[in-house]
Every structure is written in structure tokens, then in C-alpha cells.
Design a protein around this ligand. Structure first.
Ligand code: ARG
Length: 584
């Protein structure tokens, strides 16, 4: 990915080096005063401090060197020693031509990231935090891929905890599938699942309520969980059915959202790795017994809040969420040797991940991988509480998407969009618009802030919304289609006016934005970029003739600019998981 700020930083860095100063002072960024300059470098101030010299004097020397560079149209010193930089239009044009050839697709950076997101639980309905995790995680996997990483995404199902024992005992008590509980049964167990996804969804709340009301019932569920984990054949067979049935349902839900995973692993996938891990931690003296449980102490002296130890095995023998997460670090390091593992999980689980990461560090389990919890806030309903469907019950992704689609349909009808299209096409547009509304609204907030699910606002065609950006892209598409019909060819983008300059500068900053969004794990930066691009485009389009431009060269350059804006806008929206309809 090209980076204009990077290119300029190298150039200015060389000027610092030529003055005997460290080249890292040459860091260049987009100017925070675009009315004064396109780019700026503040390094002379820091360099002066380090060298105990006068900042302006240093800035003068750097400026003298930079003025000799053909790329700069203007090199100015402002205030105590800020360097203000403008590029020559020819330099912008040359770089825009390169960008137009290949706006996306970095060469591989040789690095691997595992992204753990989605994380729904077997039998339990998906909650809003799973929706947010899916949207944010999917955006990150698209972004990292675009930036040249090898990405392994893992849905990491919750399939190994107490809810499994609760379900198993419920099925036993209700005598729904006695064969799995018969100690004399010699197998093989039936291939057909004794329960459907819908059954599971009604059984689980019943089981969970019964366990809350009755300690003996809870104890039975605990025992069943331990027996399942220990490998009791009937329980394992039953559990495999739960997993299969749930996976089929979840695949459909995720597909409706346009989200794919490389791995459908779960907490249970590391079952075989747990006993040797426990042995190893015990032998190395890292795990110890505490009140009958096996734990890894992870507190540090400088902790502001006391951090409890990571519990690996409970006193009655079951393993926990932290145990599987720790073993999963071992598994991922073994299988992929990643540079980075991102856990896109609700920020309320921060303590859990802190425990797991510290235990992994203590036991030296993470290889070269940096482990990072990418937390996020809550999506609330209009009542300010975590969002639920109107019925107040379980949220299903496809119900939510159906809602978003219905809202989109209403809006499209209001705007008179697609009135003459086939019903099929209209419905496909509504699907894309509905998903764009939900995803963009989610991603455009900084991920750590809570926000209110307000479908009406998200679905507007004006303002900072997904549908607005889709519409902006569709309009450019249709203009380019008309150009082709009229036999107009697009050329290379060129600066001829302030609006074109601004647009091209923004296009050339694409690589820098993608890099920054990656570094901060901040999808909202992509939303910001796309929105600004659409606005800059609309200003340009308001001021300039394109199809009606009589000068063929100018028209070709403008068409080229439009095509590049479209490619970049489509690409960035693609990273957000938003598709552009053919027409609207
Ligand atoms: N199943 C968990 C939940 O519902 C999320 C799993 C996140 N991933 C992980 N490796 N812990 O909260």
C-alpha cells in the first residue's frame, strides 16, 4: 500500500540526517491546518531540544535542503519551527496515476494475525455483544487482509461450559433422548439429532431457570459438565448433536450478515491440549492448589485493583473459560505461529483476558505473538438498556437483518428509489442497504463507546450513514456508465482546481489511513475516511462539469478522478462489509 506521508517522512528524515540529526525527526503528517499547508513536520522542535539548539535555526537548514526537492511546491517555516509543506500538482498527478493502477491490495507483509471474534454460545441465543463482535471483527479481518497480513479468523464457539451440563441434564430429566443416558447402551448412537435448534433455544432457558431455583439441580448440571469433559460417551454423542445443530443455524445467521470465518473452532477444540498443559504448569511450579482449585496467580505488586488468580480446574474437577482460552493460545501458536492474536470481545471481559494474557506470559506460551483484547461497548436500545428485539427475547441475526431490510424498503419507497425495478432487484437493494445501515452505524462510533440502536436514524439517506455512502457510490457508478454509453474514455486523474487537489490529496492518504486504522484497531477511521471522501467528491462534483465538459482532455481527467474515487470508496466500504448495489 502506498503511503504518501511515509514517502515524505523518508525525504524529510534524510534532510535531518544530512544535518547530523536523527532521521526520525522527519516524521511528516497531514497538516492539522489544511488552510495553511497540505503536510507538516514538527521534528525541528524535538531535534532542537535534543541537540540543545535553536529550533528555528534547525528548521531553516532543513527547509533549505527540502527546497531543492522537486516534489515540494512550498516549504515554509511557521511559529517556533514547524515546517509547512505543499506538494507540486505534477507530483500529486504522478502518484494518483500509480494509485489508479492499483488502489487496493498490499503485498504480503509476512505477518500472521489470528482474529478471534463472533463467539456465540451453543444453545444460548446470540446477544448484541456477539453482533458487535461479528461486525467489528469482520471489518478487522478485511482490513488486515487488505494491509497484507495473513489472517486466520476463528468464531470460537462457547461449547464447553456449564450450559452444556445444564442442557444435558434437562434432556435427561425431560426424558427426551433416554438412549444417551443408558449405561448399558453399547452404541453406536443415532446419527440424527434428537433436538433441533429451536428445541435447544427453549430447553436452555428452562434448564438455566431450574438450576437457579434448585441447588441440587445445579449440582447435577455441574457433574454432567465434568462427565462430558471427561469423555462420557453418551454425553459426548449428545453434545456433538448440539454443536452440529447450532453450527448449521449459526452459519445461516452469519451468512445473512455477510460474515465468514476461517475456523469454526470452539472452547472444546483444545480438549486434548488441556491435560498436558496442566501437567506442564504444575511441574514448572506455575500452577498451584488454592481451596481445592488449581490456579495460576497473576496479580502484580503494582496492580491498582487486585486481580484474582486464573482458575484452571475447579474443585469438583471441571475446566473453565480461562482454561480453554489459555490452551487455545498454545494451539494457535503451534498451528499458525502468529505475530498477533486479537480477541474482539465485549470490554466487560477485560479482566478475564488480562488474567489469561498474564498467565500466558508467565508460562511463556505465546511464542512471538502479542495478545490483545480489542474491547467494545454496548449497543443499547432506545430505553438505554442492552438492545433486545421488540418481543424482548432472543435476538437472532436474521430477525435483526429482516428489521433493517424492512426499514430500508420503507426508505427506498419514500425516496422513490427503484420504483421501476423488478421486485426482486428492489428487495436485493433493500437487503444491502439494511445491512449497510446497521454496520456503518456500529462501526462509525469508536468501538469502546456505547451507542443506541436507532434504525430510523441509521437508515437515512442523508448524513453520516451507510445508505448515504452507498447512494454516493451508486451515483458515481451511474455517471460512469453514462460516460461509457457516450463513448467517453476515462484518463488519469489530474489536479486543475482546489477541489480536485483536495480530493486527490485525500485519495493519496488512503494507505496512511488504512495503516492507522489497523494500528489503532479502529474501524471508525475507515468510516470517517469514506464519509469525507464522499463529501469532498460531492463538492468537486457540484463545482465542475464532467459529462458536460467540452474539453476532451479535461473531461477524461475528471472521469479518471471519478473512477478512482469510486474504486476507493467501494474498496473502503468493502472493508466495512458494505456492498454497493448495481443501481439505486
Ligand atoms: N463465548 C464468549 C461469550 O459469549 C465469547 C468468546 C470470545 N473468545 C474467547 N476466546 N474467549 O462471551
Amino acid at each position: 500500500m502506498t503511503s504518501l506521508a511515509g514517502e515524505l517522512s523518508r525525504l524529510v528524515g534524510q534532510a535531518f540526517a544530512a544535518e547530523g540529526l536523527s532521521e526520525h525527526f522527519g516524521q511528516v503528517q497531514v497538516s492539522d491546518r489544511p488552510d495553511l499547508a497540505q503536510y507538516q513536520c514538527n521534528g525541528a522542535l524535538a531535534a532542537a531540544k535534543a541537540a540543545k539548539a535553536n529550533p528555528r535555526a534547525i528548521a531553516e537548514k532543513i527547509a533549505a535542503r527540502l527546497k531543492a526537492e522537486a516534489i515540494f511546491a512550498k516549504v515554509e517555516i511557521a511559529g517556533p519551527g514547524f515546517l509547512n509543506l505543499d506538494l507540486r500538482d505534477e507530483a500529486l498527478n504522478a502518484r494518483a496515476a500509480v494509485l489508479a493502477g492499483r488502489p487496493f491490495g498490499a503485498t504480503t507483509n509476512g505477518k500472521t494475525v489470528v482474529i478471534d471474534f463472533g463467539g456465540p454460545n451453543i444453545a444460548k441465543p446470540m446477544a448484541v455483544h456477539h453482533l458487535r463482535s461479528s461486525i467489528i471483527g469482520d471489518c478487522l479481518q478485511r482490513l488486515y487482509r487488505a494491509n497484507g497480513w495473513r489472517v486466520i479468523s476463528d468464531v470460537h464457539l462457547g461449547d464447553w461450559g456449564l450450559q452444556m451440563g445444564q442442557l444435558i441434564t434437562e434432556i435427561e430429566i425431560e426424558r427426551l433422548a433416554p438412549v444417551y443416558f443408558d449405561p448399558n447402551f453399547a452404541g453406536p448412537y443415532p446419527d440424527e439429532a434428537p433436538v433441533s435448534m429451536d428445541d435447544l433455544e427453549t430447553l436452555y432457558p428452562r434448564a438455566s431457570a431450574a438450576c437457579k431455583a434448585d441447588p441440587a439441580r445445579l449440582e447435577a448440571a455441574r457433574r454432567a459438565t465434568v462427565d462430558l469433559q471427561a469423555g462420557r460417551p453418551g454425553y459426548r454423542a449428545l453434545w456433538r448433536h448440539f454443536v452440529k445443530v447450532t453450527e448449521a443455524g449459526l452459519t445461516r445467521e452469519f451468512a445473512s450478515l455477510g460474515v465468514k470465518f476461517d475456523l469454526w473452532n470452539g472452547e472444546s477444540s483444545v480438549d486434548a491440549l488441556i491435560p498436558p498443559m496442566l501437567e506442564d504448569l504444575k511441574t514448572r511450579g506455575l500452577a498451584e492448589l488454592s481451596e481445592g482449585a488449581l490456579v495460576v496467580p497473576v496479580a502484580r505488586d503494582d496492580d491498582k485493583k487486585p486481580l484474582p488468580p486464573l482458575i484452571l480446574v475447579k474443585s469438583e474437577g471441571g475446566v473453565l473459560y480461562g482454561t480453554t482460552d489459555l490452551a487455545t493460545v498454545i494451539e494457535r501458536v503451534r498451528d499458525y505461529d502468529p505475530d498477533l492474536i486479537l480477541y474482539v470481545v465485549d470490554h466487560r471481559q477485560h479482566g478475564h483476558f488480562e488474567q489469561v494474557f498474564r498467565a500466558a506470559a508467565k508460562a511463556n506460551l505465546s511464542g512471538k505473538a502479542q495478545l490483545e483484547h480489542v474491547g467494545y461497548g454496548t449497543m443499547n436500545g432506545l430505553d438505554g438498556k442492552p438492545f433486545k428485539t421488540r418481543a424482548g427475547g432472543a435476538m437472532k441475526l436474521y430477525d435483526l437483518i429482516a428489521m433493517a431490510r424492512a426499514e430500508a424498503e420503507k426508505r427506498l419507497a419514500e425516496q422513490g428509489i427503484g420504483a421501476d425495478f423488478s421486485a426482486e432487484e428492489r428487495s436485493e437493494i433493500a437487503r444491502k442497504v439494511g445491512i449497510a445501515a446497521v454496520k456503518f452505524a456500529d462501526l462509525s462510533n469508536h468501538r469502546t463507546t456505547d451507542y443506541i440502536f436507532d434504525l430510523e436514524r441509521f437508515s437515512k439517506f442523508e448524513g453520516k450513514t451507510g445508505p448515504y455512502l452507498q447512494y454516493a457510490a451508486v451515483r458515481i457508478q451511474s455517471m460512469l456508465r453514462k460516460a461509457r454509453e457516450q463513448g467517453f474514455e476515462a484518463g488519469l486523474p489530474q489536479v486543475h482546481s482546489p477541489e480536485e487537489r483536495k480530493l486527490i490529496l485525500q485519495l493519496l492518504a488512503l494507505g496512511d489511513w488504512l495503516a492507522a486504522a489497523e494500528e489503532k484497531r479502529a474501524p471508525n477511521m475507515l468510516c470517517e475516511y469514506a464519509f469525507e471522501l464522499a463529501q469532498n467528491f460531492s463538492r468537486f462534483y457540484g463545482e465542475h462539469h464532467v459529462l458536460s465538459e467540452p474539453d476532451p482532455d479535461l473531461r477524461a481527467a475528471r472521469l479518471g478522478l471519478c473512477a478512482l474515487v469510486l474504486a476507493v470508496l467501494t474498496g473502503v466500504l468493502g472493508l466495512l462489509g458494505i456492498e454497493i448495489p448495481e443501481r439505486m
